[in-house]
Design a protein around this ligand. Sequence first.
Ligand code: ADP
Ligand code: MG
Length: 681
Amino acid sequence: MKLSSPALFLCFQHSLKLAGVAAISAPCGQGADIAFNQTEKLFVTSGTDTHAFQADVSRLLHLMVHSIYSDRDIFLRELISNAADACEKLRYESLSNPGLVRDDAASVIRIEIDKPAKTLTITDNGIGMTRDDLILALGTIANSGTRAFLERLGQDSPKEDREADGGNGQSGTLIGQFGIGFYSAFMVAEKVDVETRRAGSDEAWLWSSHGKGAYSIAPLDADRAPARGTRVILHLNAESQDYLESWRLQTIIKEHSGAVAVPVELKDAPDQDPRKITEGAALWTKPRSEIDEAAYTEFYRGLAGQFDEPAMTVHWRAEGRYEYTVLAFVPGSRPMDLFEPERKGRAKLYVRSVLISADSDLLPGWLRFFRLVVDSADLPLNVSREMIQQSPVFTAIRKAIINRLLQELGRKAESDPDSFAKIWENFGAVIKEGLYEDFERREQLLKIARFTTSKHSGGDRSLTDYVKDLRPNQTAIYYLTGENSKSLASSPQLEGFRTRGIEVLLLADPVDAFWVQSVNEFDGKPLKSVTQGSADIKLVPVAEGQDTPSSDAPSAEVATLLAFIKQTLGEVVEDVRPSDRLSSSAACLVAGDKALDRRLEQILAQAGRAGSISKPVLEINPTHALVARLAEKLASGGDKALIEDSAWLLHDEARLMDGEKLADAAAFSARLTRVLQAAAG
Ligand code: ADP
Ligand code: MG
């Protein structure tokens, strides 16, 4: 069987699951009362067009206004971030079209308070928007991950949400990740006006909305229009008048937007001069010694759109063959889009402080959880984004960065195992994709990988330590794959390994079933599934305090019983044989010697991808009292029907222990009842 891209496939599965769960619990129809196409005009009066929001936007706005935020402050962070993006876009475009900036080259973002008018205005001299831009950017939701986000928000009804967690929705920490930041303006404003002129354009536009299903667009008089860029005017609602206090705004700007690369000014009143609140210097260009942890955290939050602390910060300047600076973070929690099928990272690529791409292809999918900025003077500025990514310099820098990040992870694993354990818990499932995607770095990846094992439940066991503690005569690294490590730990498959004190890796991430197929060994020791083929552990001595299993061949009576069971089960199993791996259980299912791992087969079958599922082998514990009793019964001509029922029940029980469903629940129940009746009678 060929698996072209297991990682992509797994992500896809994950999103299906997410969508499935959300679809069940999302209340429908909230705020989605208007279902017009967004380009359809509702009214036209004196040059003003009124448009309905795309249904998703309406729903989002409804949720946003009615339910989800305790932390309304974030609207300012979002609007400042958009203004800064607009300035960066202008800088990029002006490389090929210097006429765009004319004599007003310095980017600036200005916040203006107008108490009498009860408005707060956010102005930038960035790229601005055309009429089409307005319709697309402020009337629809483009980001594909947003639907999942919306559905997640919709899982609680607004009222319950507010009561259940005091409105402290985790949602507030997620909003920046989804390309919906602009709409947060409606948390604080009863009406939002956007006055904008696209750089270099003769036309200017006024977009306006109360955030209730529709918005209007009209041409803007030349005397009101900005020369270039965008003015977002918030008509604050009654509950949000406190955002007219300048000390309040100053605190919010410093706290949430202090690391934005464009300076932010505050104008306390219409008749006063603006004062500078933040510097707007790109943080990564400063020497490390001048940056404190708070500044890094603040920058990380803006970059990642997350509100947590970074779990790891790496900042370096390379000065060898190529010069570049990297500032990279491992998030403190899982980003929402971590398992999206696109597997895209968030790497911002700058060339001499000009933003070239906000999501460049810098990192492979298995490092997509890093949030980072790369700035290089050695990349060509005068060519397109695509061409930059194809340049040999880019390739070389990319390779060096991947190596360095991996090295830093390894260092963290050694020097600070506790923090690393947290990182691994969040992102180990992603990093492990590298085990089959990146052959060159496999060895390194295996060294940093951490596991839960039958002897170490904490999820922080390394293969290096595993190999150090091999039992005498143990020649392989054993693993068991399944759905969760708790049920794996109690699997009957492990009994014989436990008896001999052999440690077994318990692999519960879906990705595990894939990489174990392609990783053959670590440190010269082959990896072997405990459920695959016959267990060859007889040479390993029994651990202290454990009973020595009988090494005699099964008696003739037991051999007859096994043949009888095999005949009874027929096509359902490949074989029935005596087991070395059981001590207290009577039976278990294993994969045939040449078959795929059973867990992998299950995953593929669930996704409808299996060609044909291979039949398992039923292993029977010849020393188990029940087995001995049944053998005796069969030999002495006992009730055959009852022994047949028992054979099926042993098989079904083994299936259940593997986390599988019964093939025929009704038959199972009838058999169980008959056997219980016999026992009672
Ligand atoms: P995101 O910033 O993640 O794309 P937002 O909801 O914050 O999502 O903004 C939506 C889009 O609106 C932006 O991508 C941009 O195209 C446009 N936009 C918002 N504010 C501005 C602005 N000040 N200048 C130019 N374009 C803007
Ligand atoms: Mg934004």
